[in-house]
Design a protein around this ligand. Sequence first.
Ligand SMILES: *Cc1c(COP(=O)(O)O)cnc(C)c1O
Length: 478
Amino acid sequence: MTDPLHDRDTAEAALERVFRAVGPYLDALPERLVHDRSADRLLDELGGPLPEKGLGSLDSVDELLRVGTRAATHSTGPRFFHLVVGGATPAATAADWTASLLDQAGGLQISSPLAARVETVALGWLKELFGLPASYGGVITPSATLAHVTGLACARTWWGDRHGVDVAGQGLAGLPAMPVFSSGLVHPTSRKALQVLGCGRDTLRTFARDDAGRVDLPALEAALADLDGAPAVIVGNLGDVYAGECDPLDAFADLAERYGAWLHVDGAFGMFATLSPRTAHLAAGVERAHSITADGHKWLNVPYDCGFSFVRERAYQTRTFGPWGVSYLPEADGRDPDYNTLGPESSRRARALPVWATLRAYGRDGHRAMVERHLDVADHLGGLLDAEPDFELLAPPQLCIVSFRYRPEGVAEEHLDELNSRLNEAILRDGRVYVGNATYRGVRGLRCAIVNWRTTREDAELLVRVLRELTAELAGRA
Ligand SMILES: *Cc1c(COP(=O)(O)O)cnc(C)c1O
């Protein structure tokens, strides 16, 4: 078997193999370990030299499914609390398959009016969902990191203008460093975006009043005042990964207005605080930002990969990422833009399809219900841990984040970090639940993010049972 034109297996037959795997895979998710380490040895079966003669479509898909359904991290199930990893709703998963079936080149209106229109509709719905003015520009990106690149590149264009330099055309040569200020809540991907944009990750200065990273507002203001009117960028953080902490965005927006700064907000998962009246106050002021980042593959529960950038003045997007200026790429006309002139990608997947589908399928109500369930599960987990004598919350649960540590009676403080690292290793080896390990406020602890639509209170209860079992084993061994 070599040339796909002469393969006797059709795409329909190959896709049917995937379809047949769906039921058994998803039905078993509740019982599956999050990750079965014994299946890792199967990974070797995928290697070997490049085949001269291919296996054919069906056999190769079968091989991938056989290994994949066993060796994958089953993070689409309800008990992957490590990092901040969302699941994929049924509608979003099916729409993602549709994106593969249709295989649209989603960058230009000429190559896919469908992808362009769905992206326009999906971005409009997201602005409604988040309470952002409809006048904001936007673009779907592969991730929050690339949304930071989008928003901060627009900030850089704006900042160049203030120095009389067209950065898109001329670059940064001869300009001073772009001042970027944030609180201690800033995520490393904001620095990564500055790093790839040539602004330098170390130029970002943080102003924190405590070891949780909460902003020292007077110090931030003093730094802005010190610039004597020179333009700066402020990065506000809506939901930090350690404790779900949020910067006071209204106060940041006031400073941005007073000192003529650009406000960029990282709302990778925290942007979903706007969905519930219980948490919307945390996001107050985000609608005054100049650029905003959010993720699709976290709390929206669309499949990897998907992020969003919103920019208050769309002209900065067009100037930063377009135009092409070549004869074979006509300018878009009519309602839908060429989205590849509004963000860093050129050719791109029709990522809007799953976003459209999940919002169409579940609406504002369904997504609010999911977010509120996660708030409840986080509170419930916090309550259970608080009631355990051997566990200590490192922060009150906020948004979807619960941070805690194991602190049994009689163990000296200097041994606790190592003990918590060992507990984390034991949890990952056990595999029934996945949680992360992080140093927060100077101590090593465990961290859970609850953002999967399948997760319920029972999963939090199982987590606590697993913790009790594994800590009993650790204590027995010590
Ligand atoms: C996850 C996360 C990011 C990075 O998101 P990617 O989609 O992985 O690029 C940035 N900021 C915050 C607060 C996050 O939680």
